[in-house]
Design a protein around this ligand. Structure first.
Ligand code: NDP
Length: 334
């Protein structure tokens, strides 16, 4: 049997943001219809908390996408030549359970996370939203700029990040690569003043975005905090927003942005208006006025990985991209 290996460049080549947005929407819709399996993810920390391994299995009916993303998160890698998120997506077939592909998980995560924010923004942001604040200047900031430009006409981009040298490199490289002017600002408050699209994309364990600074009508994608003990938004920011999530079960178990205000007694579970998949399926509505603040809390789901992985496998075969190696049972098929 043959196993297909797709590296970072293969993924970037085969998975444009526009395509990934539709794939992620497909995964979230399947989840909403109850046609996907997406258990809560086990996380295994190294004893000294230097890094962790996250295990994300998922299955989407219809497409028959079955896989497991294993991702290491080593935040200390940021600013070095190593990414903070590395690993592989293992794609299996559902006929015999054969391992079919091993795909660069860092690349998939970079694109699909921004695509999920793109889907949410398309559904929830005001039609005329286009004043974008990016908080953070890492991998996710790069792909989020791309995704926001796919779903809205962006007229202004401000970016803030903790480390001046990093944000300056980000602004130079991404303004050249994406052909947009990017303003570097010195504080979060300066970045979000009057912004109608805000993406929080940092590994900060404590709030960086305060409710008082958010303008009426803004849409926020809160992406950076993925565990129950960290958050990027203060309580006022969450209380003052209509909260939409990728998945309720994940949010009430894994999201510090939700659980910390809940523990303080500021919100209950009914603060979650619904899931993005439910909006896609028109089971619930999204924004109800131009004035309200909408908040998408993204935790990241396996369905957002396995649908793109399945697509990548078939696209790669069509285009002759990737590397094949002999692997597994001695069966003569790809
Ligand atoms: P990178 O390692 O590439 O970038 C990390 C970013 O976080 C940098 O902009 C860095 O700022 C900033 N940062 C780190 N520590 C702090 C701090 N204490 N205060 C303020 N800013 C800080 O990571 P990614 O871009 O890949 O990921 C960003 C975040 O998103 C991570 O927390 C990651 O776990 C999360 N994530 C969430 C996903 C989801 O599905 N929701 C999927 C993938 C990632 P600077 O460089 O200026 O110091």
């Amino acid at each position: 049997m043959k196993l297909l290996i797709l590296n970072r460049l293969d993924v970037v080549h085969l998975l444009p943001m526009e395509v990934c947005l539709e794939l992620v929407a497909e995964g979230l819709e399947a989840l909403g219809r109850g046609e996907a399996v997406n258990p809560l993810r086990p996380i295994m920390w190294l004893p000294d908390k230097r890094g962790l391994l996250g295990l994300m299995p998922g299955y989407v009916e219809g497409r028959e996408a079955l896989g497991l993303k294993v991702i290491s998160i080593f935040p200390g890698n940021h600013g070095t030549e190593y990414d903070s998120h590395q690993g592989g997506v293992l794609l299996f077939d559902t006929e015999h359970g054969c391992l079919r592909a091993l795909i660069d998980a860092g690349a998939v995560t970079a694109i699909r996370t921004a695509a999920a924010s793109g889907v949410a923004t398309r559904l929830l942001a005001r039609e005329d939203a286009g004043d974008l604040a990016l908080l953070g200047s890492g991998v996710q900031a790069r792909t989020h700029l791309e995704a926001m430009r796919v779903v809205r006409e962006i007229r202004r981009v401000r970016v803030w990040s903790r480390t001046t040298a990093h944000v300056q490199v980000f602004a130079k490289e991404e303004s050249e690569r994406q052909g947009v002017a990017i303003e570097v600002v010195e504080s979060v408050q300066e970045a979000v003043e009057g912004a109608d699209l805000i993406c929080t994309l940092t590994a900060s364990p404590k709030p960086i975005l305060m409710g008082d600074w958010i303008s009426p009508g803004a849409h926020i994608n809160a992406v950076g905090a993925s565990i129950s003990t960290t958050r990027e938004l203060d309580t006022a920011a969450v209380v003052g927003s209509r909260l939409f999530v990728d998945r309720r079960e994940s949010t009430v178990n894994e999201s510090g942005d939700f659980l910390i205000p809940k523990k303080e007694g500021a919100i209950g579970e009914d603060h979650i208006v619904g899931e993005i998949g439910e909006i896609l399926l028109e089971q619930i509505g999204g924004r109800t006025s131009g004035e309200e603040v909408t908040l998408f809390k993204s935790l990241g789901l396996a369905v957002e990985d396995v649908v793109p992985a399945h697509y990548l496998y078939h696209r790669a075969k069509e285009e002759g991209v990737g590397t094949w190696v002999d692997f597994g049972d001695d069966v003569d098929e790809e």
